[in-house]
Design a protein around this ligand. Sequence first.
Ligand SMILES: *Cc1c(COP(=O)(O)O)cnc(C)c1O
Length: 367
Amino acid sequence: MIYEQLGVRPVINASATLTKLGGSRMPEPVVEAMRQASTSFIDLFEFQELAGKRIAEMTGNEAAFICSGAAAGITLTVATCIAGNEPDDRFVFPQLEGIERNEVLCRPDQPSPYRYAANITGAKIVEVGGDLDEFIGGITSRTACILWFAGRLSDSSPPLADVIREAKKLRVPVIVDAAAQIPPMSSLSYYTRELGADVAIFSGGKGLRGPQTTGLILGRRDIILGCSVHGAPNQALGRPMKVAKEDIAGILTALEWSMSQDEPALLQRYEDVVKYWLDGVRDIPGVTGERGFPSEAGQPHPRAILNLGPEAALDRNQLVERLWNRNPRIAVSEDEKIAVALNPQTIEPGEEKVVLAAIREEFGMSS
Ligand SMILES: *Cc1c(COP(=O)(O)O)cnc(C)c1O
């Protein structure tokens, strides 16, 4: 095992589908599909197009493009909204000379670091806050699109459905970053089909459990066409964000695999794991557990929030650090000022026990 050979310590991930921890784990059929795909040459344009068609059908969307991650999906989609979807539209980057529509409208109450993925096209981020009228009033002839961050970041924003309705009247596309909005799987059609967003973007290597270097851009056919025009293997803005044949095989298979799972059973397992953790910390002095719902990304499943009071033997930072320094390492999230959060989404059956035993040990409790 390469990790052992190099001395890379394994991590039990009770934090989230974080790229810095490896994102997620691919089920065996996904790995096998990637292995098979690696054994022969193909026409990559053809494979992209046919896989995109299949994914559009499976998710109930007009069209789909496989990109190298949700961040790349933002870049390619914004590039299309700025430049267009013709082959000649590739060469406007990065100067954007003579292009009036080079602004991306964002909300100040959605301060996502992934705005940078839009910025790198050369686009200017314009922040407009306030209620629906004020926000829509911020649209000008320079507005290329609205970039909306789904999940808890938009909790204090006007309803997305209203934003979409009003933006449509002004023919301004609404791009929804829904990278971490799986589960539920219904998100794959919710933003585009039900709410009418022009495009919704998902990570392939989070809830979908595909390759970490994949993402899905779903929605309007003309925008998806633009993503392929600006995307690899064309010599274009997206060439450094290439997707390999193995990635395409992997995300397609991961989507099939994820769709075949029993989602209510999965969510019930998350519920059971959280209950196990909360029950297991009840007798630790100074520690108060509570069920936190929804997840930090707004997904419909709980996390175990452990509040560490003044009587607790360890404060928040000490606990996080001690768990991280164990072997295997254990990753948990910081939550608010004095709490850690334990997330069941990245836990395989059995690992919840390792996490609880480690926490109890760090607090000097018997297991
Ligand atoms: C994870 C995430 C991204 C980036 O996704 P990648 O697939 O890793 O590129 C973008 N936006 C949000 C909200 C995310 O959670």
